[in-house]
Design a protein around this ligand. Structure first.
Ligand code: ADP
Length: 438
């Protein structure tokens, strides 16, 4: 029990005693007790009333003067209020700082209401990049303000792991990368970043590679022509070996240039008019026949299983390039006499082109990096086999343009399986493959 309570009980006891004694002197002890209790109760009610008025009306935080237990009660409430006030000040300071911080962010940030597409708040960059205006757009649905089809598809897909690129609705020539970030249960934050500069650099890089490759093509053709002529003229023993080595290296450079140019085209060109229904069973048969020629005396065993009436919408030359890269890799990396299985079939709602070999296999740490340009597990071996280090990068880009993806399963010592998975939207019956322009 606190000191204030002890004092209060003492005070009550003294009052009761004094009332009873005073009443006893007049022969009315009970009346004396009753009067004391009424006065005591009245004092409490009076203080309670002051407390309620202070809490409700008082503009100052200073509590009214009181005595006894009420003094302690007022003091406690006063201290509690002061603590709350301090916390409120800290919180509002933090909120102001947070607001200034998000306003200063270079990326557009838009907060959506819980479980809804309605806009709750946005920062200054959002006004600049997306053209939002306060109060006009507050509470509007985001899908009414950003109407680009790529964004709408992304918004309604529910899968926000990747972002989406689209032109700014207000600034011509500006490209934005938009990401939705779910947080706090049902809330979503939209973050838009200006990609114009990065895109410009990327285009400069692509143009540079394409131009350099193009410029190298003519001198290489000339060198290769002269080398061939010199070798045809039966040079003496001392010159033949260097000339043949030069010819081999020139061929390698030509392959590299061709692959670099193909990659540049895959990155920058729209598939456009070249898209049609491609007869994949025929295309796979051609690829396998080419691979058998390459295998030559190495005598690989080929098992081929092709589903007849399964075709794809796409660009024939690109699909040929991707599939032949995979089958020729299997031939290059599988030791003589090994087996290579080529499959083209439906698998659930997908179509799968897969190449399985009994080659050396690949350690797990290399697999995620195989589609990077010039990434090789064993650079010496790849070069010795005439590889450019660009084959799987080409496969990846071709698949991206066909809404497909590359899957690699491999284990050292047990061989590898490279599969191209295409979604249902790309599949067609082969009856429509008679060079039907889409
Ligand atoms: P490269 O011209 O070197 O073959 P790729 O991009 O086609 O370039 O392949 C990248 C690397 O992946 C190769 O250097 C090789 O190490 C590995 N690789 C590709 N296919 C196979 C395979 N079937 N078996 C084992 N390793 C492979």
């Amino acid at each position: 029990m606190t000191r204030a309570w002890q004092n209060e009980l003492w005070r009550l006891a003294v009052l009761v005693l004094a009332g009873v004694l005073a009443g006893a002197l007049t022969g009315q002890a009970m009346v004396g007790l009753l009067l004391v209790l009424i006065v005591y109760l009245g004092w409490h009610l009076y203080n309670l009333n002051r407390l309620v008025r202070w809490l409700r009306e008082s503009k100052s935080f200073k509590p009214p003067e009181a005595s006894g237990i009420w003094d302690e009660a007022f003091e406690h409430i006063y201290r509690l209020q002061q603590r709350n006030q301090k916390r409120k000040r800290n919180l509002s300071g933090m909120l102001k700082r947070l607001h200034k911080m998000t306003s200063a962010l270079p990326d557009a940030t838009v907060e959506l209401r819980p479980d809804s597409e309605e806009i709750e708040w946005w920062n200054t960059a959002a006004a600049r990049y997306l053209g939002f205006e306060f109060p006009r757009d507050s509470g509007q649905r985001i899908s009414n303000l950003i109407r680009h089809p790529a964004f709408l598809e992304y918004l309604h897909s529910g899968d926000y792991s990747q972002g989406v690129e689209m032109p700014s609705p207000v600034n011509e020539g500006q490209t934005l990368r938009i990401r939705l970030v779910p947080y706090a249960g049902k809330r979503r934050l939209l973050v838009a970043r200006d990609m114009t500069h990065i895109q410009k650099l990327e285009r400069m890089r692509q143009d540079f590679v394409a131009n350099v490759s193009h410029e190298l093509r003519t001198p290489l053709t000339v060198i290769s022509g002269y080398l061939e002529a010199l070798i045809d003229e039966d040079p003496d023993e001392r010159c033949l070996a260097p000339l043949q080595s030069m010819q081999e290296q020139t061929r390698r450079m030509s392959r590299l240039v061709e692959d670099l140019m193909l990659l540049a085209r895959l990155e920058s060109d729209e598939p456009g008019h070249a898209t049609r229904v491609v007869n994949i069973p025929e295309l796979v048969a051609q690829v396998v026949s080419q691979a058998k020629t390459f295998s030559g005396r190495e005598g690989h065993r080929f098992e081929v299983d092709i589903e007849d009436n399964l075709c794809l919408v796409g660009v024939e030359s690109e699909l040929y390039s991707a599939f032949s890269n995979l089958v020729l890799n299997a031939v290059h990396y599988t030791p003589a006499g090994g087996s290579i299985r080529v499959n083209w079939a439906r698998e659930g709602e997908y179509a799968l082109f897969s190449v399985t070999d009994t080659g050396p296999g690949i350690e797990a740490q290399h697999i995620p990096r195989l589609t990077e340009r010039f990434y090789r597990v064993d650079a010496g071996r790849s070069r010795a086999r005439g590889g450019t280090g660009l084959g799987l990068a080409i496969v990846k880009h071709v698949l991206l343009r066909h809404q497909g993806r590359l899957e690699i399963d491999s284990e050292p010592g047990r061989g590898s399986r490279f599969s191209c998975r295409f979604p249902e939207s790309q599949l067609r019956s082969c009856k429509s493959a008679k060079n039907l322009q889409l």
